[in-house]
Design a protein around this ligand. Structure first.
Ligand code: PMP
Length: 353
């Protein structure tokens, strides 16, 4: 730390992204990316847009917002596009939370939430998941604090139903409820249908997972107009051109090619079922996932050992050191071929113990 670093950040523990190693070619099952490339129309549009990079991007993302609003059945004024969904989450924390308006979230969830809270000086409380790693909805009913819930949750993959989400939103009318739907396209119910009914609900989604654009950095929020306006105040006070030209075109074309991406999601769901059964046949406990990953543990090998041994075999999965989940690993679902290689390698590792 330099002697100039502001004391307000001196104890900040930044988020640790998953490994993006360059030492060799791995089968990458560690950061929940899509194994499928963007559609050819997306790649072509990005190439063309590259020739216009001398110009600033459209701060309002006009065609992209219009297409997104059409697809999700909301008004254009209810959509805000951001640099990954991490950015809209940070905007929401900045806009609606402060020392008098704390936030709550599960103890096991997306690791960025406590970082956004710390960064912005927001008090937060982590509510333990049940022993089976499900969220107890009753913990959030009328809690009278702002709430962020990933649905499906990460890294467990377990989803709440739309009814359960609605109960939480309805019972906290004087607080903002953020539903982070980064993985919703892999089998959970979206809460977008509720945004016209509740003026305290923000739904965030990303193009990083189901739409094969993790490297482009594009996410968005859908909410009532007033909440979107507040988050726009934050956006125009930090980074008005937050979505670059190439990403904007990529996102637009990805929405035009919706069928291609939704078909890929179907394939991932099938590959997830294959992988879950195969892991269970090897004696793993595997949580019920509605996301593009599985969360699994074996009593024959520790989470860390399996992670390290698979890495030696050229396969990357994600291991977390947090006490409650250190026996588990999170395995991103890739192509069927990748999952077969992963299962074979895991079987061999366990056999050789
Ligand atoms: N929410 C959750 C639950 C996530 O796992 C991630 C991915 N790390 C994000 C949000 C952010 O994704 P991105 O910024 O790529 O949209």
């Amino acid at each position: 730390m330099s002697r100039f670093f502001s004391s307000k950040y001196s104890s900040l523990e930044p988020y640790t992204p998953g490994e993006q190693p360059r030492d060799m070619k791995y089968i990458k099952l560690n950061t929940n990316e899509s194994p499928f490339p963007p559609s050819s129309a997306v790649i072509e549009a990005v190439r063309e847009e590259g020739g216009r990079l001398q110009l600033y991007s459209d701060p309002e993302c006009t065609p992209l917002v219009a297409k997104c609003a059409e697809l999700y059945g909301v008004k254009k004024t209810q959509v805000l596009m951001t640099n990954g969904s991490d950015e809209i989450l940070n905007f929401a924390f900045m806009a609606f939370c402060d020392k008098d308006n704390p936030i709550v979230f599960p103890d096991i969830t997306y690791g960025f939430y406590p970082v956004f809270a710390e960064l912005n000086g927001i008090p937060y409380e982590q509510i333990p998941l049940r022993d089976d790693f499900t969220i107890d909805v009753n913990d959030y009913i009328g809690i009278n604090k702002n709430i962020v819930i990933a649905n499906p949750n990460a890294p467990t993959g377990i989803a709440l139903s739309l009814d359960e989400i609605e109960k939480i939103v309805k019972s906290n009318p004087n607080n903002v409820v953020i539903i982070d739907e980064a993985y919703v396209d892999f089998g959970a119910q979206s809460a977008v249908s509720l945004v016209d009914k509740y003026d305290n609900l923000i739904v965030t989604q990303t193009f990083s997972k189901s739409r094969s654009l993790a490297g482009a950095r594009l996410g968005f929020g859908i909410a009532c107009e007033a909440l979107i306006n507040d988050m726009n105040t934050i956006k125009y006070s930090t980074n008005p051109y937050n979505v670059n030209r190439m990403t904007m075109m990529a996102g637009y074309m990805a929405l035009c090619d919706n069928d291609y991406y939704m078909n890929n999601c179907k394939t991932i769901i099938e590959n997830r079922a294959y992988t879950k059964s195969a892991l269970e046949a090897l004696g793993f406990e595997v949580l019920l996932s509605s996301a593009n990953f599985l969360f699994a543990k074996s009593d024959k090998i520790t989470g860390e050992e399996l992670y390290l041994k698979l890495k030696q075999n050229g396969i990357l999965i994600r291991h977390f050191t947090k006490e409650r989940i250190k026996d588990f690993n999170r395995i991103t679902i890739g192509t069927l071929e990748q999952m077969k290689i992963f299962i074979q390698a895991t079987e061999k590792i366990i056999r050789e113990l």
